[in-house]
Design a protein around this ligand. Structure first.
Ligand SMILES: Cc1ncc(COP(=O)(O)O)c(C=O)c1O
Length: 439
């Protein structure tokens, strides 16, 4: 190659070093952030080999892959994918620009018109919207059945059904789905099917994270994540991930290349360097606080119902103990809470508005798995795609329901802000007695 010094400074500034000994992946303590849209291919033959190999699983030969173009593959994202696959105990991982990009890719890369999905009635609002607004138009049938009613699921499965789809815990109701029971059902159905038409069990594990639940151990085929939430953890990056069997990898990579919803390497780097290393410590701290908040809310006279897997009153306690288990084998009820107020005492919307106006440690905002405690009303916000409060309520999220994602604040301060909002809105018993005694 010609000597760099023979070129003008402007050209040298454009090109920088033609080769560098300064790019060394193996000795970095913090993984480097690679951010190159395109890659030097060295020779036409090597470039052609890179294109040929793309999308095929190449076993680790110790040789770096031939990177071609960021939308195909990229080192920082690739390192994150390796870490996510390992955390879930899966064979492969493909990341995407958002949780919804991951969810839609995992389904659309498998389904053809005429295929069907059997899905739980309550799912994240945009996943519901994907089913009703898009799959209906694309000739993909979606039947909604309570996934804990295995007999009903069995009845809903036809020869065209390819995917059983659910979240567990369900957003926002925190209902759990018995993954092993659905695996057993899928095995029975698959006994008579060819490999390319197998029924697949998909779970969105966003609420629990791989730290709190590893669905592959219970028999799920595909695990989905919004990396925007607990895995990213700081509320700074959007992202999504599909953890899947190696056999699904080529189609998913092809899908991502052609539909283009890649995770930016800078986001991948943040999740890799900040999100994953702090996951366990964040969830442990947040669930400690969530337990305190849940217990406190359950005792409050203005609260009708609290749903938190760590409470004695949680209706699926045995399933929770079985499925929500962290890397050390400990029960991990998580950082998400759902509760309803006694509307005779406090109107839920007024309560949330009071928090928005006065609280410092609790923020009215959608999303979850943030360092900050977030409060929202699913039926009118994250799950408004259910089109009417009634439709949402029928699936377990009532119009007055409130979702809390617990952050890293002191539990005392969260309770102080929640308590202050109740105090501002509930007529004090003493004041009422005084008024009554005056009459
Ligand atoms: C359970 C669940 N899955 C998927 C998503 C979608 O993730 P994203 O916003 O990253 O597209 C969300 C978003 O709130 C979610 O709560």
């Amino acid at each position: 190659m010609a000597k760099k010094k023979a070129y003008k400074q402007t050209t040298r500034l454009v090109h920088g070093p033609s080769h560098s000994t300064k790019w060394d992946f193996t000795h970095h303590v913090t993984p480097p952030l690679s951010s190159s849209t395109t890659y030097r291919l060295d020779s036409a033959r090597r470039g052609a080999r890179g294109f040929q190999e793309f999308g095929h699983y190449v076993s680790d030969t110790g040789e770096a892959p031939i990177y071609i173009y960021d939308r195909l593959d990229e080192p920082t994202r690739s390192i994150l994918e390796g870490e996510l696959a390992e955390a879930e105990g899966g064979e492969a991982c493909v990341t995407f620009a958002s949780g919804m990009a991951a969810i839609s890719a995992a389904m659309s890369s498998v389904l053809v018109p005429g295929d069907e999905i059997v899905a739980h009635p309550m799912v994240y609002g945009c996943t519901h919207s994907l089913f009703v607004n898009w799959y209906a138009r694309q000739g993909i049938g979606v039947t909604r059945v309570d996934m804990n009613d295995v007999a009903a699921v069995r009845k809903a499965i036809t020869a065209r059904t390819r995917i059983l789809y659910f979240e567990s815990p369900v957003n926002p109701t925190l209902e759990l789905i018995d993954i092993a029971a659905l695996r057993k059902l899928a095995n029975a159905v698959n006994a008579g099917r060819p490999a390319e038409r197998k029924l697949l069990v998909y779970i969105d594990n966003t609420f629990a994270t791989p730290f709190g639940q590893r669905p592959l151990e219970f028999g799920a085929d595909v695990v989905l994540h919004s990396l925007t939430k607990n895995l990213g953890g700081f509320g700074t990056e959007l992202g999504g991930a599909v953890i899947c069997p190696r056999a699904m990898l080529p189609r998913l990579l092809l899908y991502r290349k052609d539909f283009g919803g890649i995770l930016a390497s800078k986001s991948a780097w943040s999740i890799l360097v900040y999100g994953l290393p702090t996951l366990a410590v964040r969830i442990k701290r947040q669930q400690y606080t969530a337990g305190k908040v849940a217990t406190w809310l359950e005792k409050h006279r203005a609260v009708k119902r609290v749903v938190y897997p760590g409470l004695e009153s949680f209706p699926q306690r045995a399933l929770a103990r079985k499925q929500l288990v962290n890397f050390d084998g400990d029960f991990t009820p998580g950082n998400m809470l759902y509760f309803e107020l006694d509307e005779r005492r406090v109107d839920a919307e007024r309560f949330v508005d009071q928090i928005a106006a006065e609280a410092y440690s609790v923020t009215l905002a959608v999303s979850l798995g943030h360092t900050k405690t977030l409060i929202e009303m699913p039926s009118s916000m994250t799950h408004s795609a259910y089109s009417s409060g009634e439709a949402c309520a029928a699936k377990g999220a009532t119009p007055g329901g409130i979702r809390l994602s617990i952050g890293l604040e002191s539990p005392t301060d969260i309770l102080r802000d929640l308590g202050a909002a109740f105090d501002a809105l509930i007529e004090k018993p003493r004041a009422r007695r005084t008024a009554a005694s005056r009459n």
